[in-house]
Design a protein around this ligand. Sequence first.
Ligand SMILES: Cc1ncc(COP(=O)(O)O)c(C=O)c1O
Length: 457
Amino acid sequence: MATVPNDISDVIEADRKNVWHHLIQHKAFENVDPRVMIEGKGMRVWDATGKEHLDAVSGGVWTVNVGYGRERIANAVRDQLIQMPYFSGSAGSIPGAKFAEMVTERMPGMDRVYYCNSGSEANEKAFKMVRQIAHKKYGGKKHKILYRERDYHGTTIACLSAGGQPERNAQYGPFTPGFVEVPHCLEYRAQVETENYGEWAANQIEEVILREGPDTVGALCLEPVTAGGGVIVPPEGYWDRVQEVCKKYDILLHIDEVVCGVGRTGEWFGYQHYGVKPDFVTMAKGVASGYAAIACMVTTDEVFAMFKDDADDPLGYFRDISTFGGCTAGPAAAIENMGIIEDEDLLANTTAMGARLMDNLWALQEKHRVIGDVRGKGLFCGAELVADRQTKEAVDEKKAQAVAADCMAQGVIIGVTNRSLPGLNNTLCFSPALISTADDIDQITSAVDKALTKVFS
Ligand SMILES: Cc1ncc(COP(=O)(O)O)c(C=O)c1O
């Protein structure tokens, strides 16, 4: 039961009048109330009507990994704010130093943490470093950044320039030059028939590098498991070949862990499933589970050294600042968040509950022909809906949305890929908190079962 009084009609009116919600067409709010969430506990949230929901998407966008109502995080943030809320990141802070040590201990080979406050911003930091390295070492030539079709790296113009989702990008151009797309690696929608699709897809990256000229390509930026582009788990053999290619052409590897990072896939980081050795790792959402805004760009001693080798060069260091990267609430929350994951053994729970979620989704696939493919890693799963299993023609996106809407009416919040790829916004998304129990998982898939029956019968 929610403890906040339900009559907050003044809040709803203020929201309707003055708030511009994210990623939503507002016309409907002329007739219906905007949804306002007022309380959360564990896996459950209550909206302004008092209705309880099981949240299968961790705050809508795979963020609240340790669940709602964590007093341990709130108390640490409160204490830290009273002691020292802020000082510019040119100086250090106690939680900043402690969390940097804590996170790099869980990332062998990674050494330096640059704090900022959104996933987009963290990615921008890595892009800027790649550009600066190009200037420092290669006369500006090796400046191109490769990104992959269907991946997303954030909302700023440079991040959209590295965005492989045409519906996210449409109408926001012109974009930043020097970003080049490589093909996706979704085997279900393989571009060719081949025995070893993983190797083939990675070889396509090499083709692009050779086309562009290896001496012009500075970095490759990839999500370990693509999130909003359709929950794409890379095929067997993909990452080994990707790493070989990067090594061969001296290309830095930037892994965007904004969604996968800090436990979501059952390892601390998604890349750790695949033996990847990154040069940059960016993370945001799950770092403090949304209790405070924090993002990190983590890099190696080798990269860091390039920015301090010539102390006499006034332009030689990383001349960048993120004002709110100096907020101490972020790392204070992140320390407790990581502590909770460890103390409650949530990585193991994520693996176990992720397996149950996949089993349940496969069972639904047996029952509902509309489920063409089920994909996932840990508590990060997707079910792609198709009108025809043979041709793999996607269902009308309105039908996929109707499934999510029906689940919502049943009190279970699931996701669906949205304004991402034209004609392919057809994947149901599941990313419940890492504290999920077997009952929670079964409740989620049972709601989906009912919704699929209703929408497609
Ligand atoms: C993989 C990935 N990278 C980056 C971002 C951008 O993060 P933010 O919204 O915090 O800027 C997102 C956001 O959804 C994401 O999914």
